[in-house]
Design a binder for this molecule. Structure first.
Ligand code: C2E
Ligand code: MG
Ligand code: MG
Length: 695
């Protein structure tokens, strides 16, 4: 019997290689578990190669560590075959643990195959010695080596399967597992070696033409280390790259979330915007269809926000809107939606138990807004007008619901603001009527449907007519004669007031020219200008054109602008008024007393006349305040060298009173209502007859 000896340093190295190969294998299973597509196969193939080389070289170094008193060599083909078996078994092991599940039966079966693989690699390697006579194996140790191979394989497969997912401390746990697995593999090898007995007189048949010689151990070791290191390095780098990709993906998701937030929310208040609201309404409609129930949609418009914004600036305006949003939002349930869909417009979507609950919510919201807001040291007072639609009932889809809520909101505004209105079908027809009216108005100038009515103005003391005010009327084909309050607002909103106003100027000048030709050379015709016309660049030109084409001297025309219009943009008004005044046109400040005049500014204004608003005239006899205001305006006008006109004179007593207070001229139903030009002269006659009647 030949006695073999072991080189302890090579035994130690073989253990290290086994541990390193195990660690690499465990690391690669982690890669395979997270890889996708083709990368799975690449990792599996590369992994099988690296792990197979590792396991095999552990075995081969173990063989080299063993020496007999005779020289040894290794048959090339059989050695290569043992390497191939190691690679194939490793590939099988990697494939098995990359499966989604690993039931016990499969694990057991896999351990058998892998154990058989490792054992056949080992004994194939032994056979490569081609000992003559053959190696004599001790049956107990031989069986023990097989059992260890199968048991170690089972443990390795189980551990690798468990450790393939990324968990905390996975590297440390893999390290510990690799040590255990390494010991098991080495244990199998040396048990197998211990089973081998070499009868006395044996010689190695592979000595000729086989692998032999010193330095073989280094070649195997270095190649193996290189393969394992490369596999490990690639795996680590790839894991890093994957982590970075995951990081990028995460920040992309975050950016996406931010974009969605921006696209669906109002930037100032952070509330949902119109798009998100539309989506929520659709959802609410869907929910009612599925589960029943009901909801209300409330259109909230702030009253008096614009003046605050104009007076205190956008900064304060923005803060105020935020404060309103916070206050409204604070009293809602989490499932309700409060959206901001325009400057000072909010929409509230509330789920209701009972339709009747809508009123409570509306009252609460209106009250919330009406409490003062403290913004940047200012106490600001607002109110809200609220229009309510109910679903089911007041519309079929979100567009119709919103439109109807808007109509209801307008109704609340017209009914005096600071309140709410439930939608009613008649409101919708109102909106439709406005639209129809607008379409009709577009054609009205061309079709010649506008008329001017003339109301006489009288000298207060002499009681003689001194001219007329031209007042616009629309002969509507279906609706009859319409007064300005029905259509001037709409004409201003749409800009149609410009062509209409030009027609008025021209027609009034034409009429005045005719009266002059009839001998009333000292009369004046007054024409009203709206704020929009007043701000329009072409105003001075159209006035000049109207005068010229009708050959009317400029001092026969009075332009009336309201006090509010004149004072709005004081400096700009001053420029325009100065140009008109330079032309010789008379300027009258209409509805005086209803706006806010600055005396400083009034003094610089090139006006000729103040027209006291008829609101003061109406209650003159009963309200001593009004009497005081009228005499103050008269005194003011006289001090500034302005004529004073009182409008809305309906009774003799008002006439006497205003005359006594010092008004220069009077206008009102008492002296004559606005009438078409054809009836104007006849009306004057009647008054004259009244005058000559003995009192
Ligand atoms: P305004 O310029 O203050 O016109 C006086 C209004 O008072 C007229 O109403 C007139 O009919 C009414 N009125 C006159 N005397 C009396 C009276 O004794 N008692 C009462 N209760 N009312 C009297 P109207 O014609 O309905 O015009 C309303 C407003 O429409 C005018 O107020 C004016 O601001 C505007 N307007 C009229 N015509 C035009 C126009 O051609 N262009 C522009 N831009 N606005 C016009
Ligand atoms: Mg007027
Ligand atoms: Mg007036």
């Amino acid at each position: 019997m030949l006695i073999g000896t072991y080189s302890s340093s090579l035994v130690l190295i073989s253990l290290c290689v086994a541990i390193l190969a195990s660690y690499t294998a465990l690391d690669l299973t982690g890669r395979i578990a997270t890889a996708k597509g083709r990368a799975v196969h690449l990792w599996m193939g590369g992994g099988a190669l690296a792990m197979g080389v590792g396991v095999w070289s552990m075995h081969f170094i173990g063989m080299l560590a063993f020496s007999l008193p005779i020289s040894l060599g290794y048959d090339l083909a059989l050695t290569a075959l043992s390497l191939l078996i190691a690679v194939l078994s490793s590939g099988f092991a990697l494939w098995l643990i990359s499966q989604p599940t690993l039931p016990w039966l499969q694990l057991g079966f896999g351990a058998l195959i892998m154990g058989a693989g490792i054992s056949s690699m080992h004994y194939m390697g032994m056979a490569a010695l081609q000992m003559q006579p053959g190696i004599d194996y001790d049956p107990t140790l031989f069986s023990a080596s097989l059992a260890i191979a199968v048991g170690a394989s089972a443990a390795a497969l189980w551990i690798a399967f468990r450790l393939r997912k990324h968990t905390p401390y996975v590297r440390q746990i893999r390290g510990a597992a690799a040590v255990l697995m390494g010991i098991a593999i080495v244990g199998m090898h040396y048990t197998g070696m211990a089973a081998a007995n070499f009868p006395e007189g044996s010689f190695c048949g592979a000595l000729d033409g086989g692998l032999s010689g010193s330095g073989l151990d280094y070649v195997v070791l270095i190649t193996t280390l290189a393969v394992l290191a490369m596999a490990l390095l690639t795996s680590v780098l790839d894991a890093r790259m994957e982590a970075r990709t995951a990081e990028l993906a995460r920040s992309l998701t975050l950016a996406n979330q931010e974009l969605t937030q921006l696209a669906l929310h109002d930037t100032l208040t952070g509330l949902p915007n119109r798009t998100l609201l539309a989506d929520r309404i659709d959802q609410a409609i869907g929910k009612v269809a599925e589960q029943g129930g009901c909801f209300a949609l409330m259109f909230i418009d702030l009253d008096g926000f614009k003046p605050v914004n104009d007076a205190f600036g956008h900064h304060v305006g923005d803060q105020l809107l935020k404060a309103v949003a916070t206050r409204l939002r604070g009293h809602l349930h989490s499932q309700d939606t409060l959206a901001r869909i325009g400057g000072d417009e909010f929409v509230l979507l509330v789920e209701l138990q009972e339709l009747e609950d809508a009123m409570d919510v509306a009252v609460k919201q209106v009250n919330l807004v009406s409490r003062p807001f403290r913004i940047a040291e200012h106490d600001l007072q607002l109110t809200a007008s609220l229009g309510i639609v109910l679903y089911p009932g007041n519309g079929l889809d979100q567009l119709e619901l919103l439109r109807n809520a808007d109509a209801a909101m307008y109704h609340a505004k017209n009914a005096g603001k600071n309140g709410y209105s439930f939608f009613d079908v008649s409101m919708n027809s109102n909106a439709r009527q406005q639209l129809q009216l607008l379409q009709d108005m577009r054609a009205a100038v061309e079709l010649g449907q506008f008329r001017l009515h003339y109301q006489p103005k009288y000298d207060a003391a002499l009681r003689q007519p001194i001219g007329a005010e031209a007042l616009l009327r629309w002969e509507h084909p279906q609706q009859g004669l319409l007064l300005p309050d029905r259509f001037i607002g709409l004409a201003e909103k749409t800009g149609l007031i410009i062509p209409i106003g030009e027609w008025v100027l021209d027609e009034a000048c034409r009429q005045m020219r005719q009266w002059m030709q009839q001998g009333h050379e000292e009369w004046r015709i007054a024409v009203n200008l709206s704020a929009i016309q007043f701000c329009h660049a072409g105003l001075v030109d159209s006035v000049a054109r109207a005068l010229q084409s009708n050959q009317l001297p400029a001092n026969r025309l009075t332009l009336e602008i309201t006090e509010t219009t004149a004072m709005r943009d004081a400096d700009a008004s001053l420029t325009v008024l100065q140009k008109l005044s330079d032309m010789g046109v008379d300027i009258s400040i209409d509805d005086f007393g209803t706006g806010y005049s600055s005396l400083m500014y009034l003094k610089r204004l090139p006006a000729n006349e103040l027209k006291i608003d008829r609101g003061f005239v109406r209650d003159l006899e009963h309200d001593s305040d009004d009497a005081a205001i009228v005499s103050a305006i008269v005194a003011l006008g006289q001090a500034l060298g302005l004529r004073i006109v009182a409008e809305g004179v309906e009774t003799d007593r008002q006439q006497e009173f205003l005359t006594r207070l010092g008004c220069d001229s009077l206008q009102g139903y008492l002296m004559g209502k606005p009438v078409p030009a054809e009836q104007f002269m006849a009306g004057l006659m009647e008054v004259r007859e009244k005058e000559v009647k003995p009192v």
